[in-house]
Structures are given as C-alpha cells and as structure tokens.
Design a protein around this ligand. Structure first.
Ligand code: BOM
Length: 141
C-alpha cells in the first residue's frame, strides 16, 4: 500500500546524502529523495541510477550484477509496519521492470530506466505514496 511505501521511501531516502558524491546526483536534479514520487519529477538522469545503486548497496538490496536481490528486498520491505502486505507486490513490480531493460549494459542507465518503470507501475497499482505521506513519517527514521 501507499502508506507502507511511504515508510520504505522515508527510510531508503536517508541513504541519499551518503551517496551524493559518488553518484554525482546534484541537488538541482533531486533535492530530497521523497521528491522521486512527485508528479512533475522525471526519472531520467543517469546520476539518479548511480545513486539508487549506491543507496541499495547500503542495505544489501542488490546482487553483484546490480539486479535486485529478491530475498533481501522482500525482507527489507517486510521490516516496516505492515510491510508483509507490500513486499511481494514490490518485488514483483521491480522484477517485471528489470526484465524490460535487461539488455542495457550500463548499470546506472539501466537502473534509472527500471526506477522510472517502477514509478509508473506503482502508481498504476495504487501503491505510490504522496510526498506529504512520506514527510509525515520522515522523523521516524
Ligand atoms: O535492477 C535494479 C533494481 C533497483 C531497485 C530500485 C528501484 C526503485 C528505486 C526508486 C524508488 C524507491 C522507493 C522506495 C524504496 C524501494 C526499495
């Protein structure tokens, strides 16, 4: 659900500052990670893909090939309040998006495409959070 996704985003987003330098993601492109879900934020920059890889690695959410680690992602999402009602769906949506871009060899370019696909599909599935929902839970993490 969108409520659970707001918790996951708030927690995941805390890793952005640690990843800014190495990813080259400027504040002009994305100031705060929760803006990822804004209607008018376009998920297109290669640096965002690099940042998502770096952030995911902080929580061991990727395999060595920079694809999702299914078990670790499932367990990560499950660790949030009511996480078990989102974990299966989130893993399914991300994996479906990974399959669409599997032929892309540049990891950062591929991951930003996967993230853009995930944003569209999560909205369609009704599990995308509003930015205000994320801001309401930011202080918990
Ligand atoms: O193949 C690469 C897998 C990368 C998975 C991450 C895609 C989604 C990242 C952007 C949105 C994040 C929102 C919440 C945290 C989900 C882990």
């Amino acid at each position: 659900t969108a409520e659970v996704m707001s918790h996951v985003t708030a927690h995941f987003g805390k890793a952005l500052e640690e990843c800014r330098e190495e990813s080259g993601l400027s504040a002009e492109i994305l100031e705060e990670f929760q803006h990822f879900w804004r209607e008018d934020f376009e998920v297109v920059h290669r640096e965002l893909g690099c940042a998502i890889i770096c952030m995911s690695n902080k929580f061991s959410l990727l395999q060595d090939d920079s694809r999702m680690h299914h078990v670790n992602m499932h367990d990560y999402v499950k660790s949030f309040p009511n996480g078990e009602i989102l974990s299966g769906k989130l893993v399914e949506l991300i994996h479906n998006c990974e399959k669409k871009f599997d032929s892309m060899t540049d990891d950062c370019d591929r991951v930003v495409k996967v993230a853009a696909c995930f944003k569209v599909d999560a909205k369609a599935a009704g599990i995308a959070p509003e930015v205000a929902m994320i801001e309401a839970v930011m202080e918990k993490y």
